[in-house]
Write a protein that binds this ligand. Structure first.
Ligand code: SF4
Length: 380
């Protein structure tokens, strides 16, 4: 790992390929094929090599990074690794169906020190309903193998509230999760995103979604149960053993800068938000022709940046410390968000924390965690 001239908090690299589209997913991805993937990794590696900055976190996400064949994965990891500063967190997302001992060895050898596995469920019928192509057994085996091969920092993604799921099913999923040798659990309620298979199936009445009250009960159970089993609830959907919070995502929630690469990825540098073209072929063609892959950019004003910082930072369990906010944005939170704070405290969604007898921070209440999107929108 080498020192570059500048320091940027994070690098995100989007791998827009999956073995098959899951029924609930609206991330940009296409079916994996070796040819396009090779052309894409070449273009991406050249872009990464042109970056003159070190980063403290690298996140290779998707899509399914582990779907890449080993030589491509190696090329990508080598390029990204060159930007990683000493001690950087280096996460790669993987799916159970494309993980084996050889690929795990490659990930470790090429600098990855955190693995995030899309387990989603321990129930084969639920996995099928979600459109996942791996079995529960394969998911568990992948976690155990990753641990055995040397990944000390392991996340699993779980989904709750799938059609047909009961409260008891959800309890069993979480009980199973905490027995695995993982350091981090990301737990998301199923959402029906427009254009997805599950969205269309619900629209046609082919599936009946779990009602909102039951989904809220599942979430309330998770935020009580996981901390009792050693996973501290540190962000709306994220739980970690002490010292294993995801540094990359903490950078996002502090509204720190990041470089994003890949179709549909976003960069946020110097107060400017830039979006990359959301099409893999156009991305490759532009990159190979030496053209920019950016299709839109927006300079954020000081006030807009400050409000966005409030909207993302409130998602963390520690909430927003007033002195931290002032130092980061130049604005006093109480003045900038006076109306929103009044409204949100009145609705029981946020609470003040005191230090030395004075309000020093604001954070979500238990009810606020359930309605975090409403809270964030109000602060924006
Ligand atoms: S959920 Fe993950 S594996 Fe499934 S389509 Fe989306 S990005 Fe691909």
């Amino acid at each position: 790992m080498q020192e570059k001239n500048k320091m940027t908090p994070s690098l995100y690299v989007h791998i827009p390929f999956c073995a098959k589209k899951c029924g609930y997913c609206d991330f940009y991805s296409i079916a994996y094929e070796e040819g396009p993937a090779a052309a894409y990794v070449d273009a991406l590696a050249a872009q990464i090599n042109g970056i003159n900055s070190s980063v403290s976190t690298v996140f290779i996400g998707g899509g399914t990074p582990s779907a890449l064949g080993s030589p491509l994965l190696k090329k990508l990891l080598r390029a990204a690794r060159r930007l990683a500063a000493e001690g950087a967190e280096f996460t790669v997302e993987a799916n159970p169906e494309s993980l084996d001992a050889g690929k795990l060895r490659l990930l470790l050898d090429e600098g990855a020190n955190r693995l995030s596995i899309g387990v989603q469920s321990f129930d084969d019928r639920k996995l099928k309903r979600l459109g996942r192509i791996h079995s529960a057994k394969k998911a568990v085996d992948s976690v155990m193998l990753a641990k055995k091969k040397g990944f000390a920092d392991l996340n699993i993604d779980l989904i709750f509230g799938a059609p047909g799921e009961t409260l008891n099913d959800c309890y069993s999923e979480l009980a199973r999760a905490v027995k695995l040798p993982v350091t981090h659990i990301s737990c998301y309620g199923l959402t029906y995103e427009k254009g997805t298979t599950l969205y269309n199936a619900r629209k046609c009445g082919n599936i009946i979604p779990v009602d909102e009250e039951c989904t809220a009960q599942m979430y309330s159970f998770a935020i009580g149960y996981l901390p009792r089993h050693g996973f501290r609830h540190y962000e709306v959907s994220n739980f970690a053993k002490k010292g294993f919070e995801c540094r990359h995502n903490l950078n996002y929630w502090r509204n720190d800068e990041y470089i994003g690469l890949g179709p549909s990825a976003v960069s946020y540098i110097g107060g400017i938000r830039k979006r990359h073209v959301p099409d893999v072929w156009e991305y490759i063609n532009r990159a190979n022709a030496g053209k920019s892959t950016i299709v839109s950019s927006e300079r954020l004003t000081g006030e807009r940046k400050a409000k966005e910082t409030a909207a993302v930072k409130i998602r963390t369990a520690e909430g927003i410390d007033f002195s931290w906010f002032k130092k980061k944005t130049g604005f006093a939170l109480g003045e900038l968000e006076a109306d929103a704070l009044r409204k949100l405290t009145g609705a029981g969604l946020i609470k003040y924390k005191k230090a030395k007898g004075r309000a020093a921070a604001v954070s979500l209440t238990k009810k606020g965690f359930l309605f975090c999107d409403t809270v964030s929108s109000e602060l924006l």
